[in-house]
Design a protein around this ligand. Structure first.
Ligand code: GDP
Ligand code: MG
Length: 178
């Protein structure tokens, strides 16, 4: 039987090196967590299907393949993306303080002005938290993005992060259907 694929969406995952971008992607696509992972080397993107209101949506989720360390993400990485997940590590105030830079990158390179943004505070399972939920939420409100806290390790919030992002994209006229 032919399947009704509504659309393919391009999503990005950005943020400082080590915040858990690849781990969040692996948790979402394969429901797996590998603390020894070397995913950061070489993975371009993963695909995953998601059902929204009875229609299948195909997600193409781009990982940075470690390029963020060298500040060498290219315009083609950002091109035509409808959604972006901006990740920081709640146990690293430094990673949180860099979120503004990542928003600027999106501002500079996004080809869709109404790209939907989801800020994810990752690693909430760790003991030594440096960024409160309130501060994360405040930042997200100020920049009009979605917000969630998550743990790639325990799964908390991971599914919701992607689902809420996709729902917002689907609700945004002209972003995916033109
Ligand atoms: P990336 O550079 O942003 O892609 O980060 P990685 O996904 O490679 O993760 C960096 C390190 O943080 C790895 O050692 C992961 O195992 C670890 N990590 C990622 N997510 C979590 C999490 O939710 N909790 C904990 N405790 N560690 C995590
Ligand atoms: Mg990585």
């Amino acid at each position: 039987m032919e399947e009704n694929i509504l659309t393919t969406l391009k999503l990005l995952i950005i943020g400082e090196s080590g915040v858990g971008k690849s781990s969040l992607l692996l948790r979402f696509t394969d429901d797996n967590f590998d603390p020894e992972q070397t995913l950061t080397i070489g993975v371009d993107f993963k695909t995953k299907r998601m059902d929204v209101d009875g229609s299948a949506i195909k997600l193409a989720i781009w990982d940075t393949a470690g390029q963020e360390r060298f500040r060498t993400l290219t315009p083609s990485y950002y091109r035509d993306a409808q959604g972006a997940i901006l990740v920081y590590d709640v146990s690293s105030a430094a990673s949180f303080s860099k979120l503004g830079n990542w928003l600027n990158e999106l501002e500079t390179y996004s080809t869709k002005s109404n790209i939907v943004k989801m800020i994810v505070g990752n690693k909430i399972d760790v003991e030594n938290r440096e960024v409160s939920r309130e501060d994360g939420l405040k930042f997200a409100r100020r920049h009009q993005t979605l917000f969630i806290e998550a743990s790639a390790k325990t799964k908390d919030g991971v599914q919701s992060a992607f689902e809420e992002l996709v729902h917002k994209i689907i609700q945004t006229p002209g972003l995916w259907d033109s």
